[in-house]
Design a protein. Structure first.
Length: 316
C-alpha cells in the first residue's frame, strides 16, 4: 500500500543495511516510561499506577516486560514517578507470599508469583521528577543505556499476537541495523491522537521514514499510519533528545527527536502483525479484557457462554 504522503523519496533511496558497529550491537535494554498520571482512569489511578491495571489476571506492565523478554531483552529500565511504587514491588521478590504459597502446597500459584521476573532479567528504576513528556522520560534513562541500541515500550499499548511485536521489530533491527518504529493503520479522525509517519513502502510491512509528526490535525496528517508504543532506537537518538524544544502540547516529544534522527540516519517504520489494544482508554482496556479473557484457559469457556447466552440476549 502506498501512503498518501508528502515528499516522496526518489526511488534510488532504498533501504540500506547500516553497518555501524554500534547499530549492530545486541539489543539488551528496554525503557518503560511509566511516570504518566493516568488521569483518564481516575479514580482507579488515584493511588495506584495505571500500568498495574490488569488485563484478566496480569498487569499491563507485565505484558510489556514479557514482550521485551521475548525479544531477548534482559535489562528493564522503568522511568517512574510519584505513586508508582507498586510497579517496583510487583517486580520484586515477594518472600512472605512465596512462603505462604509454599507452606500451603500451592505450587502452581507459587510458580506464577516467582515467574514475574524471569531468571537473568534485571530491573532498574529511575525517577522522572517532572512530567515534561515522553521525549524527556526517555532522555532521563540515557546514562543507563550508553552506546548501544535499546527499545522503548509503552505499556498502555497492549499488543496481542503469536510472535510479539517487539520480536518482529527486533528482527528488522538486527537485519537493517537502523531504528524501527511500530506503526499501524488508523482510520478517520482518531489519527490525530498519534505520531503519524510519511514514508515510502519498501517491502512487506516496511516503510522508509521521511517524516513524522506528533498528533497532527486530521487535515494535516501525512498518512493514515499511526505510531504504536514500540520503538527500537540507535543511541544517536539521545543527541536529538538533548536538543529538543517543547512540541505538541508543550511537551518534549519523542516524535520530534525521531524527525531529527531520520534526517541524520535511516529510520524504518514497521507495520507489525497483531492486534493492538489501546489500554490507555477505558474501552480499549475492556476490549482487551474480553478478548484475552476468551482465550484464557481458566475462564475462556465460561466467558464465551456468558457473552453468548446472557449478554447477547440483553443487547437484542
Ligand atoms: C504517545 C506518542 C505517540 C504515539 C502514541 C502511541 O502518545 O507520543 O506518538 O502514537 O504514544 O500510543 P500518547 O498516547 O502517550 O499521548
Amino acid at each position: 500500500r502506498d501512503l498518501h504522503s508528502f515528499p516522496t523519496r526518489r526511488s534510488s533511496d532504498l533501504l540500506q543495511v547500516m553497518t555501524s558497529s554500534t547499530n549492530h550491537k545486541i539489543l539488551r535494554k528496554a525503557i518503560f516510561p511509566v511516570a504518566g498520571l493516568g488521569s483518564r482512569f481516575l479514580p482507579a489511578t488515584k493511588a495506584s499506577p495505571k500500568e498495574m491495571m490488569p488485563v484478566v489476571d496480569k498487569p499491563l506492565i507485565q505484558y510489556a516486560v514479557e514482550e521485551a523478554v521475548s525479544a531477548g531483552i534482559t535489562e528493564m529500565i522503568f522511568v517512574t514517578g510519584r505513586a508508582k511504587r507498586a510497579i517496583a514491588d510487583h517486580f520484586d521478590k515477594a518472600y512472605e507470599l512465596e512462603h505462604q504459597l509454599e507452606k500451603s502446597g500451592k505450587r502452581e500459584l507459587l510458580e506464577i508469583a516467582q515467574g514475574v521476573v524471569p531468571k537473568g532479567v534485571s530491573c532498574t528504576y529511575i525517577r522522572q521528577t517532572e512530567a515534561l513528556g515522553l521525549g524527556h522520560a526517555v532522555l532521563t534513562a540515557a546514562h543507563l543505556i550508553g552506546d548501544e541500541p535499546f527499545a522503548v515500550l509503552l505499556a498502555d499499548d497492549l499488543i496481542h499476537c503469536e510472535v510479539s511485536a517487539l520480536k518482529q521489530m527486533a528482527e528488522q533491527h538486527n537485519f537493517y541495523g537502523s531504528s524501527v518504529v511500530a506503526v499501524q493503520q488508523v482510520s478517520g479522525a482518531a489519527i490525530s491522537a498519534y505520531g503519524v509517519i510519511s514514508g515510502v513502502q519498501q517491502g512487506d510491512r516496511l516503510y522508509l521514514l521521511d517524516g513524522i509528526v506528533e498528533k497532527p490535525k486530521v487535515k494535516d496528517a501525512p498518512s493514515d499510519m499511526g505510531v504504536t508504543g514500540r520503538y527500537i532506537f540507535s543511541p544517536q537518538i539521545f543527541e536529538h533528545l538533548r536538543a529538543l524544544k517543547p512540541g505538541a502540547g508543550g511537551e518534549y516529544q519523542l516524535t520530534d527527536a525521531i524527525q531529527m534522527l531520520l534526517m541524520q540516519e535511516q529510520v524504518i517504520a514497521y507495520e507489525f502483525h497483531g492486534t493492538r489494544y489501546d489500554c490507555g482508554s477505558k474501552l480499549g482496556l475492556l476490549r482487551a479484557n474480553i478478548e484475552l479473557g476468551l482465550e484464557h484457559p481458566e475462564i475462556g469457556n465460561e466467558l464465551r457462554v456468558f457473552l453468548k447466552n446472557e449478554l447477547f440476549q440483553k443487547l437484542q
